[in-house]
Design a protein around this ligand. Structure first.
Ligand code: F6P
Length: 545
């Protein structure tokens, strides 16, 4: 084992931040706002219709300067250029990292292994569009001649969380006579509940798997195939009711799906960065090719912003640096993502994979153990539901939890004064978290002495506010790319590879070993630790039949 690489935490920028942290860690935001009447206008950034207010953070101008020095010191500029150029920055897998190519303009050129990948990207988009038009118009008929009414996406991880999150986010723009379901869990309940009221003659399954070897997806796909054949009897039905999205044509063919009905993508797209590739076929079926392209245009605009904007105005860079400030200097363990839009109900779960699978690493790019904290725990739920569940802990608990509040000025569903009420809560929460309520203020309300300590709010809880005019395919695309690049910036500063995920492998390998041990009647000797042996034996003993 090599020794920890001291480069980052012994670096001048890091040391300067540490010293600065000791100076300002107890400074209250109340006094920062009192001392600077313009703080709420000054500590903001706006690009592409995305307004970021980061004034409610425990920072001064000096903090920002030192964080920007850290970004410069980390070689961020070169690393951004390397990613956009198609360099193989995913070093452990020797792969380029080019989700940005998925939304590149037609006239752009990005070369990987001597080949321009942009024409391929557009060829797949065109093929998807042609297919989606046929399904959406009812022209694509199932085996018995009926049109498709329900689309079931079978995938897991990035092949599920992205599609389902984006489908829900843009549901306002969807074709309402098609219904969509998403099956991911290997627990048979997921598939059973998803199909129990469906007619196979009107159902289309999308088997979405980058590798096409994922146990959960393949098991669900095989069971879906059995269900389809039980209803439609003829093997030829599979070609009409199953399509695949994958990089692995061989396995797709082995499953029995005609590769003419396969939509491809490439090893330079990570699973958690893939819903804007063919993995988003369900989304394109829902919102149509034009609006899918609007989403891609939004993502592309954010890519350009990230690539070209000076760091002090660069939204992903600013979000990333503020995250590092709390993660590495205040020892915050987590970040709460709090979207105030019901359509973004699955955004937090999606960002959980994006961030935690990317930056949940303990080894740096040189193979050394990291010597600082890396990716935070991402959690949260849409407002205002979270307010009535876990906000108590954010306001008065003992942990520091930086939060991102995401809201829209305009609602897509005007209904009485619902939106004003929603947004009043949105604005009130960040105000309360920052300013708190002092003992004097509590007493001024005439609160009984014994209750006073319980009703004091310390405040000084940091929040970012992201305010956007309206949730559209384009603004949604910008928002997602903003977070993708935020994760990239943090990974760059920590000098880790944000694009592999070896940590998920061990559990998968062990599960494969255990499968035959659980088979009915198995008396295979158990050679695990005593806890695992006992648990497996108990399961065997209780198993029906
Ligand atoms: O096990 C983790 C993972 O590899 C994710 O990174 C990925 O999104 C998911 O599994 C699904 O993989 P696939 O698309 O290859 O089925």
């Amino acid at each position: 084992m090599t020794s920890p690489n001291p480069t980052l935490t012994a670096s001048p920028a890091w040391n300067a931040l540490q010293t600065h942290h000791a100076e300002i860690r107890d400074t209250h935001m109340r006094s920062l706002f009192q001392a600077d009447g313009d703080r709420g206008q000054r500590l903001t950034a706006e690009a592409l219709g995305i307004y970021l207010d980061y004034s409610k953070n425990r920072i001064t101008d000096q903090t920002l300067k030192l964080l920007l020095d850290l970004a410069e010191q980390s070689g961020l500029r070169d690393r951004i250029d390397a990613m956009f150029r198609g360099d193989k920055i995913n070093a452990t897998e020797q792969r380029a990292v080019l989700h940005v190519a998925l939304r590149a303009a037609k006239d752009q050129s990005i070369v990987v292994d001597g080949e321009d990948v942009v024409p391929e990207v557009h060829a797949v988009l065109d093929k998807m569009a042609a297919y989606c038009d046929r399904v959406r118009s009812g022209q694509w008929k199932g085996h018995t001649g009926k049109s498709i009414r329900t689309i079931v996406n079978i995938g897991i991880g990035g092949s599920d969380l992205g599609p389902v999150m984006a489908y829900e986010a843009l549901r306002h723009y969807s074709q309402r006579d098609l219904q969509f379901r998403f099956v991911s869990n290997i627990d048979g309940t997921d598939l059973s509940e998803a199909i129990q009221d469906l007619d196979p003659a009107e159902t289309l399954f999308i088997v979405a798997s980058k590798t096409f070897t994922t146990q959960e997806t393949l098991t669900n796909a095989h069971s879906a195939r059995d269900w389809c054949l039980a209803g439609l009897v003829d093997e030829a039905a599979i070609a009409k009711h199953f399509v695949a999205v994958s990089t692995n044509a061989e396995q797709v063919a082995a499953f029995g799906i005609d590769t003419a009905n396969m939509f491809g993508f490439w090893d330079w797209v990570g699973g958690r960065y893939s819903f804007d590739s063919a993995i988003g076929l369900s989304l394109m079926l829902s919102i149509g090719p034009d609006q899918f392209r609007e989403m891609l245009a939004g993502m592309h605009a954010m890519d350009r912003h990230f690539q070209t904007a000076p760091f002090e105005q660069n939204l992903p860079v600013l979000l990333a640096l503020l995250g590092i400030w709390y993660n590495n200097f205040f020892d915050a363990q987590s970040v709460a993502i709090l979207p105030y839009d019901h359509y973004l109900g699955k955004l937090t779960a999606y960002l959980q994979q994006l961030d935690m699978e990317s930056n949940g690493k303990q080894t740096d790019l040189d193979g050394n153990p990291v010597d600082c904290q890396t990716g935070p725990i991402i959690w949260g739920a849409p407002g205002t539901n979270g307010q009535h569940a876990f906000y108590q802990l954010i306001h008065q608990g003992t942990k520091l939890i930086p939060c991102d509040f995401i809201g829209f000025c305009e609602t897509l569903n005007p209904l009485g004064n619902h939106h004003d009420l929603l947004m009043a809560n949105f604005f009130a929460q960040t105000e309360a978290l920052a300013m708190g309520k002092t003992e004097a203020e509590v007493r001024a309300d005439g609160v009984d002495d014994h209750q006073v300590p319980h009703r004091i709010f310390a405040g000084n809880h940091p929040t970012n506010t992201i305010l956007i005019d309206r949730l559209t395919p384009e603004s949604f695309g910008k928002l997602i790319a903003l977070y993708e690049h935020k994760v990239f910036v943090q990974g760059t500063i920590w000098n880790i590879n944000s694009f592999d995920q070896w940590g998920v492998e061990l559990g998968k390998v062990l599960a494969k070993k255990i499968v035959p041990e659980l088979a009915s009647g198995s008396s295979q000797p158990l050679q695990h630790d005593s806890s695992t042996n006992t648990l497996i034996q108990r399961y065997r003993d209780a198993k029906p039949g």
